[in-house]
Design a protein around this ligand. Structure first.
Ligand SMILES: NC(=O)c1ccc[n+]([C@@H]2O[C@H](COP(=O)([O-])OP(=O)(O)OC[C@H]3O[C@@H](n4cnc5c(N)ncnc54)[C@H](OP(=O)(O)O)[C@@H]3O)[C@@H](O)[C@H]2O)c1
Length: 415
């Protein structure tokens, strides 16, 4: 469980108002530990939390995450600063209203936007923001209870919102196929054009233990990359069928900078490493780099197609955001990391960070194959490895083979 920062003392009524626990900036950390003790009220729980903290602190992966990811984030902002202020070389793209891209005679009156992982954090914030922009927002989430909650929340905050929810588990190919057929049926039943204008591959996890999907692949790689690849492939005909320009937005991360070399074969996707300790930080970085390589490769491939002017592909990095992404990390550690990031001025709320996602979603239709970072429509060059064409074609081939394998497996079970 993650405790919100600076939770008021009135929650428990037992913490004194004048806090004698050192400097102001450290107080949230003290109070979160105190609240942990008071709220759990159980010594065993506290001991368990402490044991989990110690267990994770003494891993290489924790220090990789704490040091390399912070450096990668600082490096990204410095790069942005030098490009924008010093070199005046930064490319910025202004947003266009989705309605401007639709001609009066077009069969689509309200563009359809699909967002995966719309039940929490950035996905939920983006769903609300895009409903305000006039999209028909399709929420894709794995928990029906959470999607209904987000749907009612959006409708409560935006009376004009058009929202439709579907249950999809991005790690299951069968679930992705079911989603596509339900989506097509819904478009048909609602007398809407059989097309999609925007797909935002946002769902992702930071898993701290090794788990396999029903198809036998690493769950974190599947949630963060393979699922997005398969969903995009499955929805490509609907995106290409759009009478107005359509777009794929992949939500990636600055952590990709930490990858120095990589393998993109099937074995690596199944079991990234045979070591006893699950290298969660390395796998997260790897999966986010895969998503970038995929974005650039898809951009190249659609550029060679006849309808190239219609479909664009962009990647977006929201920076460090206070969401539920660290839910598998002990709460005291995630709280501490948020405090450090806040002190460094690097932490954003989902409502602020969603600006980058909106920049990517609403950039002019001809913009494709770029990496949005830092808000205000700004873009950056991602790591050199992410532009390695050989690597991206190898990844594409491996992913297409997996896609075929999943298709065959689903056909076999349905016959
Ligand atoms: N937060 C950051 O600092 C940060 C920085 C860079 C990039 N990102 C990326 O931003 C994206 C959104 O993350 P967030 O920070 O908003 O985290 P979050 O609050 O944990 O949201 C992640 C979302 O993904 C969904 N999801 C996970 N596995 C899924 C599955 N198998 N099928 C369908 N949905 C699934 C979650 O659904 P449930 O609610 O059901 O779990 C949740 O809605 C992720 O791709 C993340 O890697 C985040």
């Amino acid at each position: 469980m993650v405790f919100p920062l600076g939770r008021p003392s009135s929650v428990t009524g037992e913490i004194p108002r004048t806090n004698p626990l050192g400097p102001r900036w450290l107080r949230p950390c003290h109070s979160s530990v105190l609240l942990l003790i008071l709220q759990r009220g159980n010594k065993m729980e506290v001991v368990k939390e402490l044991r989990e903290c110690l267990h994770i602190i003494f891993t290489v992966q924790f220090w990789r995450m704490a040091v390399l990811w912070t450096l990668a984030l600082v490096f990204s902002y410095l790069k942005l600063f030098s490009q924008t202020i010093l070199l005046q070389k930064s490319k910025r793209y202004s947003r266009r209203s989705p309605k401007d891209c639709i001609s009066a005679s077009a069969p689509v009156t309200r563009p359809v936007c699909i967002i995966t992982g719309a039940t929490s954090g950035l996905g939920a914030a983006a769903a609300y923001a895009l409903s305000k922009e006039g999209f028909y927002v399709v929420l894709a989430g794995r928990s029906s209870e959470l999607i209904s909650k987000v749907t009612s929340d959006i409708k409560r905050r935006n009376n004009d919102a058009c929202v439709k929810a579907f249950q999809v588990d991005i790690t299951s190919f069968e679930s992705i196929l079911k989603f596509k057929s339900s989506l097509q049926q819904w478009l048909l039943d609602s007398n809407m054009h059989s097309s999609v204008q925007l797909l935002i591959n946002n769902a992702g996890i930071l898993a701290t233990s090794r788990r396999l999907t029903s198809e036998g692949y690493d769950e974190m790689i599947t949630s963060n990359y393979i699922g997005a690849f398969c969903l995009t492939k499955v929805l490509l005909p609907l995106l290409e069928n759009s009478p107005s320009p359509s777009r794929v937005v992949n939500v990636t991360s600055f952590t990709h900078w930490s990858v120095q070399s990589m393998q993109v074969d099937r074995g690596t996707m199944k079991c990234f490493s045979k070591s006893k300790c699950y290298p969660f930080a390395r796998i997260y970085e790897y999966s986010k780099l895969c998503l970038l390589l995929f974005s650039y490769e898809l951009h190249r491939q659609v550029g060679q197609m006849e309808k190239s002017h219609k479909l664009s592909v962009v990647a977006v990095d929201p920076g460090a955001v206070k969401t539920n992404i660290m839910r598998e990390i002990p709460s005291s550690i995630s709280q501490m990391s948020y405090i450090v990031l806040k002190i460094l001025g690097l932490l954003q709320s989902p409502e602020n960070a969603v600006c980058s996602i909106l920049d990517a979603a609403l950039a002019p239709p001809e913009i494709s194959g770029v990496y949005f970072f830092g808000g205000n429509g700004r873009t950056l060059n991602s790591s050199a490895l992410s532009y390695d064409v050989r690597l991206s074609t190898d990844l594409w081939d491996t992913s297409c083979n997996l896609f075929r394998e999943f298709h065959l497996a689903v056909k076999d079970t349905s016959t």
